[in-house]
Design a binder for this molecule. Structure first.
Ligand code: ATP
Ligand code: MG
Length: 598
């Protein structure tokens, strides 16, 4: 590949599989589609860019969220695609807030979105310049674009009622009907549009429409509305404007002002592409914008089983207290996934593995968890933790080892990374074991503790079970065992006694008590909102269980947001917000394998 970008080689990344977006970009790079573009140093119109130098960025992409909520896993896919492609091909991805809608937006969301993108490992710097933009800065250019359309006979102020407009749109089988306002003169349109801007007209009383073709087979081309009246305060421009551009009009102009080359979006915008192209052609003819125009490409949005990706439905979960907030570890938001213990690397790996396609499909949640385990397994420190503690009493301990003796034991921090050293803990006569590791009357195939059977206490000695003690209710409260001398792990002859079972344990004297939040999926159905179903009817009542567990003492010294593999149990993280050494709190990230028992 002659035009494969130097940056990807420099970073010595493994060769990434091609996809239709990479192919499009590679074709554009090799045919020089955008090679002569100029860049005026900031977004602007044709004259501004013409006065600049040849654009040092080979491609420009953008990530354009509306700041009306927290980003979710679907946005993470879009972020990885846009920022990832820009980086791979020697370009830049602009971080742009699509804040053209005055009513729903908030600066709280702006900050959380910037945070999420950076946490995922991306930024909007290129050649020491920041490319953080907001669409509302372009309102004046958009107004100018609308004026140019009017002057060239491509837009008119329509004052039909909303109902009339709807009735006259037609449908798939029926062409639309021209508005009686469609033939207004240019000067009348200019005057009326100015009056819209001046605040003389009330909300909904008039719209500016593009003049294309009311019989067009694509309904989006039947004179789409491009400006509407909204007497509303905008979080950035305040009360300066009372008319606001429609998204479909604003978006292509934003792209063009920023000299975007590849405008990548989700499939629902496919039907808008003809208008995107039509509009930019008109504005290049009108000399407002420079050629070549950006091009729009669509990919399938992410649908993930057991997960909702609609902001409205996620908000409802919070408002009705089914979760504690946007950052509840069960939420598919980026802040939620982060608090749950997901890593940026695992989300990027996931995005790379699912790739991009042009048709909608569902991705199984396990794909995300596998990417997570693949990232965590080689990194996470190991720890011994007993989640469902049952006391084990080694009755011959004092006789064999000496009264009150504590035997030092050690285990690798990571089994494949000896350079990370060892964890140290002590074995004494009293240990916590998992309740499930003892069966008084063993079922077939059970080879852990039952009377007469021998197992190894991991990193310690072999013991032989002799029975158990029960309380008055008949519940098992203590398991009894005998230590078998000279079987300590790592000492000569330690494997002279053969055992089938190895169990985890924590010494009672030094056990650290920890809170563990055992999370499970939020919904019981793979497609919680399929077919218009209310997803709340499929809420999993057991999506959170808080338990008290015992951990080896080394775990007490961890910082918050540290990930571990609790041996035999899965991956856990010290909670970013609630964990402290005084009150250790861990979240279950995921199990060791794709299984529902934990
Ligand atoms: P929501 O439906 O949750 O409100 P949205 O599409 O309105 O999401 P935007 O803020 O408009 O959210 O999205 C910013 C970018 O993220 C857009 O380019 C959009 O296409 C993309 N995006 C949103 N949801 C998904 C998804 N599920 N998969 C992939 N990309 C997505
Ligand atoms: Mg949106």
């Amino acid at each position: 590949m002659t035009n494969s970008p130097s940056t990807s080689k420099d970073q010595a990344q493994p060769l990434k599989p091609s996809n239709f977006l990479r192919q499009i970009i590679e074709n554009d790079l090799s045919s020089g589609t955008y090679a002569n573009r100029r860049w005026g140093g900031s977004p602007g119109d044709a004259a501004h860019h013409q006065a600049g130098k040849q654009d040092p960025a080979k491609v420009r992409l953008r990530f354009p969220p509306e700041p009306n909520g927290y980003l979710h896993i679907g946005h993470a896919k879009s972020i990885c695609i846009n920022f990832g492609l820009a980086k791979e091909y020697g370009g830049v991805c602009h971080m742009r807030f699509d804040d053209t809608n005055p009513e729903k937006e908030d600066t709280e969301y702006v900050n959380s979105i910037l945070d999420a993108v950076q946490w995922l490992g991306f930024d909007w710097q290129f050649n020491n310049t920041s490319h953080l933009y907001q669409a509302s800065d372009y309102f004046e250019s958009m107004y100018k674009a609308a004026t140019i359309l009017i002057e060239s006979g491509y837009a008119y102020v329509d004052e039909q009622s909303a109902q009339e407009m709807k009735d006259n749109r037609g449908d798939f089988s029926k062409p639309g009907v021209n508005s009686r306002f469609r033939h207004r003169s240019v000067s009348e349109n200019l005057k009326r549009f100015q009056e819209m801007r001046d605040g003389i007209l009330s909300d909904g009383s008039a719209v500016l429409r593009a003049k294309i073709d009311m019989a067009h087979p694509n309904i989006n081309m039947r004179d789409p509305a491009i400006y509407r009246i909204r007497h509303a305060t905008h979080h950035h421009t305040g009360d300066k404007w009372c008319i606001y551009p429609m998204y479909t009009f604003a978006h292509p102009i934003e792209d063009a002002l920023e000299q975007i080359t590849h405008s990548v979006c989700t499939l629902e915008f496919e039907d808008q592409r003809p208008f995107y192209d039509w509009l930019l052609e008109r504005l290049i003819e009108g000399k407002l914008l420079s050629a070549p125009a950006p091009r729009q490409y669509e990919f399938a949005r992410l649908n993930l089983t057991y997960v909702l990706t609609s902001k409205r439905k996620l908000r409802q979960l919070i408002e009705e207290n089914h979760v504690t907030g946007w950052d509840d570890p069960r939420m598919p938001t980026i802040v939620g996934l982060r608090r749950r213990g997901y890593t940026p690397e695992s989300l990027r790996l996931f995005a790379e593995r699912i790739g991009v396609s042009k048709s909608d499909s569902w991705i199984d949640y396990s794909t995300l968890e596998i990417a997570l385990r693949d990232d965590l397994d080689p990194k996470a420190s190991r720890a011994s933790v007993v989640l469902d503690p049952l006391r084990l009493n080694i009755t011959n301990w004092d006789a064999v080892m000496g009264e009150g003796h504590l035997e030092p034991c050690k285990a690798p921090v990571h089994p494949h990374l000896p350079e990370r050293g060892h964890r140290h803990f002590n074995l004494g006569s009293q240990v916590w074991i998992e309740g499930a590791d003892f069966q008084e009357t063993p079922v077939k195939g059970f080879f852990r503790l039952f009377p007469g059977n021998k197992v190894r206490l991991k990193y310690g000695y072999v013991i032989e079970c002799t029975g158990c003690k029960k309380n008055e209710a008949g519940e098992i409260v203590e398991v009894l065992a005998l230590l078998i001398p000279d079987t300590k792990s790592g000492t000569p002859g330690s494997d002279s006694v053969k055992v089938k079972g190895v169990i985890t344990w924590v010494g009672v004297q030094e056990a650290a008590k920890i809170e563990v939040r055992m999370y499970d999926r939020l919904f019981t159905e793979a497609q919680p909102d399929a077919g218009g179903r209310d997803p709340l009817t499929t809420l999993n009542p057991n999506s959170l269980k808080v338990i008290s567990a015992y951990a080896e003492p080394s775990l007490l010294s961890c910082a918050s947001d540290e990930r571990f593999q609790f041996e035999r149990h899965g991956y856990f993280v010290s909670d970013r917000l609630d964990h402290s050494q005084a009150r250790p709190v861990f979240n279950k990230i995921t199990g060791l394998k794709d299984q529902f028992n934990s």
